[in-house]
Design a protein around this ligand. Sequence first.
Ligand SMILES: Cc1cc2nc3c(=O)[nH]c(=O)nc-3n(C[C@H](O)[C@H](O)[C@H](O)COP(=O)(O)OP(=O)(O)OC[C@H]3O[C@@H](n4cnc5c(N)ncnc54)[C@H](O)[C@@H]3O)c2cc1C
Length: 395
Amino acid sequence: MLLSRKIAIVGSGTAGLQLAYALRNDFEVTVIHAYSSEKIKNGRVMSTQVHFGSTVKREEKFQMPFWKEADPLQSVHISIRDQKLFVGNLKEPAYSINQRLYFSRGMEELEMDNVKFKQVRVQEEHLDQLIEEFNIVIDCSGKAGPLFSFPIIEELSPFKLPQRKCIVGYFNGIKSNDPLGVGVTILPGLGEMFEIPALTNKGPITILFIMAIPEKELDCFKGVKTSEQFTDRMKDTAHSYFPSIYERIDKNQFTLADSLSFLQLAISPVIRRPYTHYTNKIVLGCGDSVFLNDPITGQGCNLSSYCAEKLYETLLQYKHSEWDLKLGEDYWDAVRPMVEKVTKWTNAMTQEMPPHIIQLLLSGKSSQKTADKIAEWFAEPEKAYNDFFQQSIQI
Ligand SMILES: Cc1cc2nc3c(=O)[nH]c(=O)nc-3n(C[C@H](O)[C@H](O)[C@H](O)COP(=O)(O)OP(=O)(O)OC[C@H]3O[C@@H](n4cnc5c(N)ncnc54)[C@H](O)[C@@H]3O)c2cc1C
């Protein structure tokens, strides 16, 4: 009998867990992770997340946990400064569940379903043994990675420095926008605010996510260390820059969901070819370890999920053939068009908006069809790419 091939997935985040769910019935899967599910559940928030329609469909296909327990997000609200432009409707609802809850639940479920888990923070000295022990290693170590030297694709990696500071807090005491959806407020020259209703283990909350252009006025959380300082600074910032959010804040109830539900970081986007050799074997990358974009377009989880599905399909095609360079090339060919479109759109969103996009946003105010089309950018980033880079826009 042909023994099942052994796959090591390093990382138990968005990409690693979806891959483990997808691959568990066809291969012997081991997830190697830095933190226990308990530690993730009770640790600091890691991100924000909105899983749009196609991602939710993949999660259903692979029987992943519980996205639909959260309230459906049906719309995207777009404002420029304090002017509300429009509410665009999403064709399919999106869902946002705190990754602490989602990852820990996924790990617990998979462990009961024949997936092995090994808690190790993988470092260089572990790589030889990993390569020896498994038929293939997939690096899903996220933005902390990569663990292998996947070559950088220079044409998709134009920035050497972060284009935004990410300032995230999960808050109680904000009346949700209506209809429930993701709020995007653009402050030209300063940055953006994303307002995202989400589910946590303490119930529904609202994420306030500032993306500040470094060293401009919105980059005003320097030196903020404690949860109290963070809450106060967020309230002051909403008051000064985001009046329509400030109006919905209940000043007595406005608190962080818990003392670890805030985060500040900055990402230097970089795109890498997701396969390389290590000693005598091919290694693969999936998710942020190889496709690291700025979070401004909210595509990181969706792109990770897309690429995880393509990698799953490629590995199934190669189930009975040799795992060589050709497998890596086929996987890269399958994901490259989407990676390029998401990356180019995301990079463009961090820069000054082109005039035809400003015009399109403004026309969303008087045309619901245009408003809906813009909302769909986030669910179907190929459409955003077309609108940004093909000048004759069909409305
Ligand atoms: C502030 C912020 C906001 C964001 N908002 C959104 C959003 O709204 N929508 C969206 O779609 N995306 C968003 N993203 C991006 C999204 O979170 C990531 O793209 C997505 O989680 C990537 O999945 P991943 O599996 O590659 O990495 P992760 O989910 O980060 O998982 C990486 C895993 O690898 C583990 N790991 C790392 N190093 C090692 C090691 N050496 N050994 C063992 N394990 C290791 C980590 O502990 C973790 O479990 C945001 C990101 C940030 C930073």
